[in-house]
Design a protein around this ligand. Structure first.
Ligand SMILES: *Cc1c(COP(=O)(O)O)cnc(C)c1O
Length: 218
């Protein structure tokens, strides 16, 4: 079935069974997405609402075989559109966005809180120090179900350089879990991309988001 399918299967088989593999779909063609779903992919991650809508309609019946995860930044004026497509929101990073999603949703939406673990100005996400407060606030909203944390680590040529950030994320995840916040079940830690997912899993990730290693360079 071609390179995309082979890559997907090889990576899936290399992962421990309890680790979820989200296929990052940004910038990919319809045929590539079809191939990866045919190869067994069931979680697609999208960065942009508009591109996700296009992928969804192009894929037709195939679109309904997968769970759609929003992994990119969401503007509040696109929340309603996002709600009609996405099953999960991985990039909730403010109280205002959390409230906007809960207010417009008609049933509880599973979300992850996005953390800017290295404090990079180029990245979205809330600072780790503010994470527990946002988790608690989001947990108190009627139509949000907080399930864990997500991060995009600083890009490093050598993924070993990202290990300390993954380790910090794991610690934060465990701290919040131990705090036993009302209405919150901390179970998903989404971190690691094409060049870093192996290190992320060693440090406790149970969800990784991979694009380039499956499809090749964009
Ligand atoms: C693009 C993207 C990924 C995947 O990155 P690759 O290096 O292509 O594997 C993961 N997470 C987010 C949020 C992304 O935007």
């Amino acid at each position: 079935m071609g390179q995309t399918a082979d890559n997907y299967r090889r990576i899936r088989e290399s992962l421990p069974p309890e680790v979820s593999l989200v296929v990052a779909a940004k910038g990919r063609r319809l045929e590539e997405l079809r191939d990866v779903v045919r190869a067994g992919a069931r979680l697609l991650g999208e960065n942009y609402v508009q591109e996700a809508e296009r992928h969804y309609s192009e894929l037709g019946d195939v679109a309904r075989q997968v769970q759609w995860h929003l992994i990119g930044h969401l503007q509040r004026n696109k929340v309603s559109r996002a709600l009609s497509l996405f099953d999960r929101f991985q990039s909730v990073d403010s109280a205002r966005l959390a409230r906007a999603i809960s207010e417009r949703a008609v049933k509880p939406v599973p979300v992850l809180i996005e953390i800017n673990i290295a404090g990079e100005s180029s990245k979205h996400g809330i600072p780790p120090e503010a994470a527990q407060e946002l988790v608690a606030l989001a947990g108190g909203l009627a139509n949000l179900r907080v399930e864990g944390l997500m991060t995009m680590e600083p890009y490093m040529e050598d993924p070993e350089g990202a290990r300390p950030y993954f380790r910090r994320m794991r610690r934060l995840f465990e701290e919040i879990k131990a705090a036993d916040v009302e209405n919150v079940e901390m179970k998903t830690l989404s971190m690691g991309m094409s060049n870093s997912y192996r290190v992320a899993i060693e440090e406790g990730a149970n969800m990784v988001r991979v694009g380039t290693a499956i499809f090749g360079p964009r």
